[in-house]
Design a protein around this ligand. Sequence first.
Ligand code: PEP
Ligand code: MN
Length: 363
Amino acid sequence: MPDKFQIQRLNDWFPLNDCPLVIAGPCSAEGEEQVMNTVLQIVEHTQGKVQMIRAGIWKPRTRPNSFEGVGEIGLPWVKNAGRAVGLPVTVEVANPEHVEAALKNEIDVLWIGARTTVSPFAIQEIADALRGVDIPVLVKNPINPDLELWIGAMERLNQAGVKKLGAIHRGFSSYEKTIYRNPPMWEIPIELRRRYPQIPIILDPSHMGGTRDLIATLSQQGMDMGFDGLMIESHINPDKAWSDAKQQVTPQRLGEILNALIVRKPTMADSGLQSLHDLRARIDRIDDYIIELLAERMGISEQIGEVKKENQLAVHQSARWAQIVKRALEKGQTGGLTEDFILKLFQQVHNESIRHQSKVMGL
Ligand code: PEP
Ligand code: MN
């Protein structure tokens, strides 16, 4: 397929020296001081590892009557905070008026949010507003797991002349309850990379995880999978944040997360290593699923615990356990897994399950 994208490589418009492009800042700009203090603290705690500042000015919210952003008044707060520390700044734009206001305030990079990427009309309007403007644009994946829609949005921008283009993977909405706010569905960004290796992909572990505990692991996974950068929400007082309080981290914690990150030298250029890399990424994805499924299984165990408690039944029921083992051994055999392995695995799963049940039964 001829290359549809005419874009400049990330390193050509943002020199990285083998480091990931780390973008950090609050979910929302709330006040001039909050933005400035957050940015000063980020720089203080992250030893040059953060290279761009983010802040939401207009907040697309799923439900009305939540904080919808301070609006245009916040743009100079963000720009001035960036200037104070010598870093470029990025804000989310969702329509041509936002684009115009951001350009007027010399915002360095624009990003497009997941709720906007879903709408080709909205994207086309933004693309038209950007015709003839040389500014980098980062496009978040659409809310729904649709790679074509994501690519289509980037194509519209590219066809309008946006050459400094990147993707942000923030996970996809799913009806199933998982440990993630937006499950990664790694196969989608992996396919994007396979088809258009020249498009940089930034991982947003904050919106993906939805809780601050998941950010370090997700960030490491992103690095292991060869993502080009991270966008992490950081707030001076996360619990008091006006939006996304649960997933924001203090600048100090951000520093710890970034310090612990193992960034492997890019190996994508080497095709032999590329396939090893892809295979490892697939393994990691499967491991994620295993853990998610185990967590889901434990949740069901807890529900069973509630039922047992109401009916005054014992936690351990040996006939049921025997039946579980029998089914697992049979299934394992068809998949070429040894009896010994299946038995040990299920003993561990069973132990954990009993622990969960006992907890809800107050034992
Ligand atoms: C954000 O980055 O604050 C945001 C609203 O993200 P998303 O578009 O990924 O939901
Ligand atoms: Mn947010």
